[in-house]
Design a protein around this ligand. Sequence first.
Ligand code: NAP
Ligand code: GLV
Length: 307
Amino acid sequence: MSLAIIIADRDPSDIHQQLARCIPDIDCQIWPNITQPERVEFAVAWQAPIGLWHQYLRLKVIQSFGAGVENLITDGSIGDNVAISRVVDQDLAQEMASYVLSSVLMLKCRFIEFYQQQQQQKWSGLPRHSGNKVTILGLGQLGAAVAKCLMINGFDVTGWSRTEKSQTFCRHFSGVQQLPQALADCDYLINLLPSTPETEKLVNQALLSQLKPSACFVNAGRGATVDEQALYQALLNKQLSFAVLDVFTQEPLPEQNPLWQLKNVVVTPHIAAVTNPKTVIEQIVENYQRFKKQQPLLNRVERERGY
Ligand code: NAP
Ligand code: GLV
């Protein structure tokens, strides 16, 4: 039996070395040099090409190397019997929290406008935005860490999720019916939703029109959850003040996409929270060992739920 590392967007040698150090007798095959796919029962995967899995006839587990699993969930070449687990990592959550906090502070302190003034050598003070209300769409592993970080820094946080929670540390709403309440009077809207059929284009014209023109938007969830055309129009027409965007419908963001040109947008290249092999290797090894002992996997994804 062998373990496959199928990681398309970064050098997998670090992950391979760490796995070999933790499990000395491991038989690893590294994509694209997989010569015996029929021997693979456990795969560590990220951005694997769609449709690749047909030839992995004995595959039992795919351990996603990231938090989002939409590419795996929607890939019809993965058999129904294959379990999918994902990364849940404190360091990843902290990285996301620092990305969102710095985005919100940058917007609050008006650094984008000061940078634009700098281009004209213009020395002119602007008051900080006084609003402190943050709404977080998606109060999961990352959303909760972001919420706590913002609260410690004095923000008034509301979270929104799919299901009701019996206990929450911040104001909380759930389901589409309560979305208007979650958005009421929001100054900073943070999107940390996964991409699922239910969340597709959830941030659309109807949602954006519920925000104040002074509101700002930070998207670090997934591009597919936003109607990009509606977002572009809202930013162009100043129905929305600023946006910090890390994720897009198409990545890399195409050269001709007009979002590049907007002066009230900051684009980052999907770097809000990048999985660190050093911090997640333990849970990957643990899951591999659990799989071998036929024990329940950590952080198993509910495939029918979509995230
Ligand atoms: P998670 O723990 O699964 O949390 C997902 C949250 O979204 C949960 O609160 C869930 O509600 C909520 N949700 C799902 N469907 C919903 C719906 N239809 N309506 C309302 N709320 C809904 O996921 P996570 O670990 O926090 O990660 C969130 C996402 O961040 C990932 O899926 C990935 O797309 C993205 N991400 C981006 C980066 C980056 O660098 N930009 C890095 C890592 C992850 P319940 O609590 O009710 O289940
Ligand atoms: C990154 O986007 C992830 O889902 O981990």
